[in-house]
Design a protein around this ligand. Sequence first.
Ligand code: PLP
Length: 410
Amino acid sequence: MAKLNENFDKLTAGYLFPEISKRVKTFLENNKGVSIIRLGIGNTTEPLAPVVIEALHNGVDKLSKVDTYTGYGDDSTIYAIKDFREALATYYNKLGAKIELDEIFISDGAKSDLGNIPSIFSQDSIIAVQDPTYPAYVDVAVISGKTGKSTGQQYERIVYMPCGEENNFFPEPPTQKADLIFLCSPNNPTGAVATKEQLKKFVDYAKKNQAIIIFDAAYNWFISDPALPKSIYEIEGAKECAIEINSFSKFAGFTGVRLGWSIVPKTLVTQDSSPGKINSIWNRRQCTMFNGASNIVQEGGLVALSEKGLAENQQIIDYYMNNARTIRKALEEKGFKVFGGTNAPYLWVKTPNGMKSWDFFDKMLSEAKVVITPGSGFGPSGEGYFRVSSFGHKENVAKAIESIKKNLKL
Ligand code: PLP
């Protein structure tokens, strides 16, 4: 008799974004003819860089000719097209980190790897997360059966590391035992970026406790302060305890195109494994359950990493960061306390008068007709905040802030 994975029933609240969609739908049904502006979801909106478009076309053309046609990727290169892993190794080299080609695994986006990597670690691993952070880490832990049951806003057997004003929204390493530590920097939703000193403390913790850090760097392209680390491998010792996951989604607008990568160093070790083992298990997992990212898309990704590609993508990042500055200025003028948004595309804003996140979401929607993201959806410590995304057309951002200025009653 087939039985379901009962862990799905442990997922308490619905995923954050479906709940937002439900409330927006109800609002629009009750307010016919009213139009709303979205400053909520972190979806990219601007067209791909011209040089990337050209490379994608080129990728399609290659498939039209017998001598350039390619099918499945080669598992000896873990399905990367020629030169792709070299381009990523060069990227890390520029950051001062030496990454070997067989430590680089191409994927169809960061979310898949974030969801799959925990499966190579023991079922009794204790997972630690920043609170608030990207909700997928907790959901993956729950679905994979690595947590206990929900106790309201939290799950048993997850270590929550609160991030608030008192620690500049980046935590100290936990005082209790944790085996797998998800770190997101710049963090979605707070926009906080860990300093080298802060990351060093986590690397020291991980090495001392034989823990593994899963470092999500999906937004590192938005860091403009040269003192802030863009990769955990800028920290000495990180190659012995950290996996890094990254994506072309936010840097090159590949949210719908799909491409990412993970670094699983051969020097990683756990209590019961010697160097090389984790890398080879992940390789085995990928070769069994994944057949590579699209070869067309990889052509685009390879060019996105070229000098021209990086320059064109930087212009798009600057466009979003300009939105972030506009939003910050307007919200501060309105009297809000605003965090983040300087080295990250997200602004993290305190609700007025201690309002609950979802109550403020409803108020913003009904008065200003603007959709924001309630902070409590990212973890219990997100209560009393909301996230504003700078992904969007600047004309819409202008309309949204105009409406907030005029219609939001504080
Ligand atoms: N990691 C973080 C922190 C994110 O916010 C997102 C998407 O919003 C992802 C990963 C997913 O990235 P991808 O589109 O590469 O799957």
